[in-house]
Ligand binder design. Sequence first.
Ligand SMILES: *Cc1c(COP(=O)(O)O)cnc(C)c1O
Length: 438
Amino acid sequence: MEYYSTNKQSQPVSLQEAVLRGLAPDKGLYMPQHIGTLPKAFFNNIAQMSLQEISYAVASTLFGEDIESDVLKEIVYDTLNFDIPLRHISGDRYCLELFHGPTLAFKDVGARFMARLLSYFNKIENGGNRQVNVLVATSGDTGSAVANGFLGVPGIHVYVLYPQGKVSKIQEAQFTTLGQNITALEVNGTFDDCQALVKNAFIDNELNEAMMLTSANSINVARFLPQSFYYFYAYAQLAQREQDTNNIVVAVPSGNFGNLAAGLIAKRMGLPIKRFIAANNRNCVFFDYLRTGNYEPRPSIATIANAMDVGNPSNFARIINLYGNSHQAICNEIGGCTYSDEQIGETINNVFTADDYLLDPHGAVAYRALTEMLQPGEIGVALETAHPAKFKGTVEKIINKEVEIPERLQKFMQGTKETVKINSGFHSFKQFLLQSIQ
Ligand SMILES: *Cc1c(COP(=O)(O)O)cnc(C)c1O
């Protein structure tokens, strides 16, 4: 199957090319030309299927034409070697816990899938003889998920760019202490500066001739599309417990909108989700777009849900493409909201006190959306995108109680931080990359 660019100024390409390139030459994002649907029999059986079985069925529909089935099955099963349980919280509200992977954030799903697929395609394309350089800008969790997903994968080097002083200590430890094929670049700037550096690298001719570059941000289809798997698994778990699954609402804590865009793909594939809520912190360009029809990117502002501090969400292009640029069509299926740090804290505290459940600041944004926006008869699922211990300091201040760090996280804290400091100008970043391959 072919993938087109959302800017429609470059040629459609194969999945292999889309994954190796990341961004299209016209700076657009790749999208599947055609989105297949799953048969009725699949949905009749889904409640009895495992996460891996469901994901493989979805993956076959998305990628079946382009990857041999046994390879695809191995990639899917290996990627999802952890559970994604749905927890009932209160009333008609559930949380889908996406934080049981190696770095305790939902990005493990996309990053692990992409590492395996990229390695496979690189072997086909170059016989594994050419190094692929993965550039990834992170506001916190992407860096750790991508770095850990790719750690030790032969033929691949990862450069993680992050805004100095703007990610938590635990997050930082997860991608600055790994060594091997992972280099962490500490940028004197914001997350948007990091993202701009990466985007500029992909369109710089000299760099692209000197080295093979690709992106592991959610602009890469191999990270973005696998995130649709767990929407089906959430539905499967609801089908086991609820009589009526026709009124499911999913609230997605959104930053770059890759997660939400993947949910919209799942819906296109036939998953009966009634509507979505794009839950924002104070960075609310999407919410404003829903209200006004105008999309006006602006610099991001720092919040306690820092992985969502994005002022110009890259997957916005995918969302408007899915709806043929119709603001009305988008508003029919997606609602929005925006919450302050104070409201996020209040939600964490309330749910901890009333329901004995500890939300992280990102999941709290989505959960609050359910408490305010769910209609009678609807069932709400909030995506819990990270383990609360990843934001230990913030969460402890809110609930006034110590938060235990799971052993998996503690291990990262014992490593030694190693970074390269750069400023936010493109020239110095480019020189660094060119030198590093010599
Ligand atoms: C990245 C991230 C988000 C935002 O996801 P997008 O796909 O960029 O919208 C939300 N929560 C956490 C914990 C994250 O790491």
